[in-house]
Design a protein around this ligand. Structure first.
Ligand SMILES: [Zn+2]
Length: 511
């Protein structure tokens, strides 16, 4: 078994989980479940980024102490992810002692490499970005991303990290490892940034008390990004936990496209400075945009995550997000209404009609024509060949999923659903049954019914990472036990499917 450690960005503790967080966690969970199904030893970590000025300000506005505030927010995120069946193995919070100790150990290592120096910093700071801003980055004296926040002038003694000295190393690493920053659009942005040269960056803040103490420097805390990024190593036991050497380096960091500079430039430089290996891949997913501007709730359509889960169930929401939002680019919706209307539409056409109805028809026909017994595989005959379609869909699915093209993976699974529906229309099992009644041999109908059952079994295995509960229902309905098997055991398990079982309606049609 090969180790596959994957992480998502840790979420900032200044508000409730929203759709952007949700797409990222669901996508990561799909990858985690898929890697388990190909036999990897997966370790999947998500968590919370709980320090920094923005959190302290949000707590104050909420009338809480920072710790009370982050405890409440963390509880909300944990229950949201549980409601979406996110199968993380750990949940790291940057206020935990295991994390704070690890950050301090990492800072010590970087200091030993002589990569910190003290200097006076004078300039602007945007608490919204938790980042220092140069004069020429401001628009009308405000951060272009946070025009509603006032930018602060800071004038303090800081510890700086010699980021500039890692520029050549990073450029070479990214050029030689095309898989390090993906997709390619993000890689090109980072290469361009590196070609322009790098400045050293501040790694500490004075006068900010809500953070990890900067080791050896009285009154300084670790700058929030130098505190947040190391969660990926502290969560697996850095510096000396027993699991660290087994888990690190990570196979995959999943992040939003707005924080690639931190993950593809600053983080690898920190790791290199500390003598640690770099992650294999940083994948930057795109965003959901609403062209109608801010999410309007004027019509009463809510995009709150618990309400979207309530609407058609967790599996349906997971499906919709993964099918509609390309994992490697953005997806635009007109408005909240538009989003909900498309969600309803997908549930009706893809899940209730195409998939649910197919399962229902196949189970009913096997029950009616063969007393529920699943005919074993045959060599196939003339006419449409669903067994070949099934093999092709599995191969395409595996190829896309191995390449993290999740939206194309799920499309391959639904391509097989469509092929199976056409196969029913073309082979007309009811006519074959009538022909048997008139004395025809049973092989033709055996082959049709058996191939349909096995196409559904393969569909269940392909859908399992996306819709874990519904995939189990499908697998049980076609005669399997428990969850669909790992891909390596699928052929044998499908050969053993013996009898169908009638279950509940898979997806009720939306009203
Ligand atoms: Zn900002």
């Amino acid at each position: 078994m090969s180790a596959f450690y994957l992480t998502t960005a840790i979420d900032y503790s200044n508000g409730e989980p929203h759709l952007g967080h949700t797409v990222e966690k669901v996508g990561a969970d799909v990858i985690a479940r898929y890697r388990r199904a190909v036999g990897d030893d997966v370790w999947f970590v998500i968590g919370m980024d709980e320090h920094g000025q923005k959190v302290a300000q949000a707590a104050e506005q909420g009338g809480r102490s920072p710790q009370e505030w982050v405890d409440e927010i963390a509880a909300t995120f944990v229950s949201t992810w549980a409601g979406l069946d996110i199968s993380n193995d750990d949940f790291i919070r940057t206020t935990e002692p295991r994390h704070e100790d690890g950050v301090q150990a990492l800072m010590e290592r970087i200091r030993e490499s002589d990569d910190f120096y003290s200097a006076k910093y004078e300039g602007y700071y945007c608490a919204g970005c938790e980042a220092f801003k140069k004069e020429d980055e401001l628009v009308d004296g405000e951060c272009s991303l946070h025009p509603q926040r006032s930018i602060e002038w800071t004038d303090e003694e800081n510890w700086f990290f010699r980021l500039s000295s890692y520029r050549d190393f990073l450029l070479e690493h990214i050029q030689e490892n095309p898989g390090f920053v993906r997709p390619a659009s993000r890689r090109n942005e980072i290469l361009k940034l590196l070609e322009g040269g790098l400045d050293d960056i501040s790694a500490s803040r004075s006068r900010i008390s809500w953070g990890v103490d900067f080791p050896g420097v009285e009154g300084h805390s670790v700058y929030v990004w130098f505190d947040a990024l190391p969660n990926y190593i502290t969560a697996v036991g850095y510096p000396d936990g027993p699991a660290f050497s087994d888990r690190w380096p990570a196979a995959l960091h999943i992040i939003g496209k707005d924080i690639t500079r931190f993950h593809c430039v600053i983080w690898p430089a920190m790791l290199r400075s500390a003598g640690l290996e770099l992650p294999e891949t940083v994948w930057a997913h795109g965003f959901i945009n609403f062209s109608g501007g801010k999410l309007s709730k004027s019509s009463g359509k809510s995009l709150e995550i618990p309400e979207l889960v309530e609407r058609h169930g967790a599996d349906a929401l997971r499906y919709f997000l993964m099918r509609e939002i390309p994992w490697d680019s953005d997806r635009n919706f007109g408005s909240a209404d538009d989003f909900v209307a498309q969600f309803d539409q997908r549930v009706t056409t893809d899940l209730a009609n195409d998939l649910g109805n197919l399962l229902n028809r196949v189970v009913a026909m096997v029950t009616k024509y063969r007393d529920g017994r699943v005919p074993p595989p045959t060599d196939g005959g003339p006419g449409p060949d669903l067994a070949a379609d099934t093999a092709r869909a599995l191969a395409e699915y595996r190829e896309k999923m191995d390449d993290y093209r999740l939206h194309l993976g799920i499309a391959a699974a639904f391509g097989l659903v469509r092929a199976a529906n056409s196969f029913v229309d073309e082979t007309k099992p009811w006519a074959l049954s009538k022909a048997e009644g008139d004395g025809a041999a049973p092989q033709a109908l055996d082959s049709v019914l058996g191939d349909l059952v096995r196409a559904l079994g393969a569909t269940a295995a392909m859908l399992a990472p996306f819709m874990p509960s519904k995939a189990r229902e499908i697998w049980i309905a076609v005669g399997g036990e428990g969850d669909p098997p790992e891909f390596g055991a699928l052929d044998e398990a499908m050969g053993g499917l013996a009898a169908v079982r009638k279950g509940d309606v898979l997806f009720p049609r939306p009203e």
